[in-house]
Design a binder for this molecule. Structure first.
Ligand SMILES: [Zn+2]
Length: 286
């Protein structure tokens, strides 16, 4: 059975993906349109339009949208965090807090659900705001609008949990970006080293590459300095750079798998400076 919210989630196949995108601020215009549309459909006790639809200003619509996001994020975060313990995360262990469970139950209890039959004969559930609103001043109407936005957030959350693969929804441990994994994490399998969005994963890879490059460079400088000093121990007829390069390569002390030292490397300003600094340090230490 498909469930739609008069269009809010119509055509959404992968709910975890959709929720991640929504929490990241995408589909904003569509969501605001749906929130205002849902408000317009709210009736008073005599079955007439309750006038919740109004000429809300851009700022007010923005506020309603933010209330929706906040309510959704609060529940999603609580649910994601329930699968975390002592630095590891097991998405299949996520549990619904009693508060949220009760809230979802209330949603389905309070709102009417119409069953719609489409051209193919498939059934579609269409929730409609069940609560009536008997009107009020602008402040009361706006408060009701906010409440409705929060209600719709509960609906989206319920759809996520009831969807195909809710556990694909993740929150990056570094930058808190929401994203959906391509594959659902294996049941009962904890993620030990944190869960990172694509951007942060790439940053992590870069950081590791840089630090291993840095280490290798430091090792080279150390080695060059060692032979640089040795050059002076005897009177030699070959030039210093050529001799040092040869000795360093012969020494077998370069990190395994790293490139052989080349004279050009020793002529680079940056490297010369680093070698001089290192030599200075050795002299000071002696
Ligand atoms: Zn991230």
């Amino acid at each position: 059975m498909r469930i739609s919210s008069a269009g809010l989630m119509a055509g959404v196949e992968e709910v975890a993906h959709w929720i991640a995108a929504v929490l990241e601020g995408r589909h904003k215009t569509a969501i605001i349109t749906r929130l205002v549309g849902a408000a317009a459909a709210v009736e008073d006790e005599r079955g007439r339009r309750a006038g919740l639809f109004n000429d809300w200003s851009r700022e007010q619509k923005e506020e309603v949208y933010k209330a929706f996001l906040k309510a959704l994020r609060l529940r999603v975060d609580r649910w994601i965090d329930s699968g975390k313990s002592e630095g590891s995360e097991t998405p299949s262990d996520r549990t619904l807090s009693p508060v949220d469970r009760e809230r979802i139950r209330q949603f389905w209890d309070n709102n009417r659900v119409r069953v719609w039959v489409d051209e193919a004969g498939l059934l579609e559930l269409r929730p409609e705001a069940g609560r009536q609103f008997s009107g009020g001043d602008v402040t009361a109407r706006f408060r009701e609008l906010i409440r409705l936005a929060e209600e719709i957030a509960v609906f989206c959350f319920s759809m996520l949990l009831d969807g195909d693969a809710p556990h694909r929804l993740m929150r990056c441990d570094s930058c808190s970006t929401y994203f959906a994994r391509e594959n659902a994490p294996r049941k009962g399998q904890p993620i030990k080293r944190g869960m990172y969005c694509q951007k942060c994963t790439q940053k992590g890879v870069n950081r590791r590459v840089t630090s291993s490059r840095d280490r290798e460079r430091a090792r080279r400088i150390e080695l060059v300095a060692e032979f640089w000093l040795k050059y002076d121990e005897k009177k030699r007829r070959v030039d210093r750079i050529g001799w040092v390069v040869e000795e360093v390569n012969k020494s077998g002390k370069l990190p395994q798998g790293s490139e052989r030292l080349k004279p050009d490397w020793l002529r680079r300003k940056k490297n010369i400076k680093a070698i001089e600094d290192w030599l200075e340090e050795i002299r000071r230490a002696n």
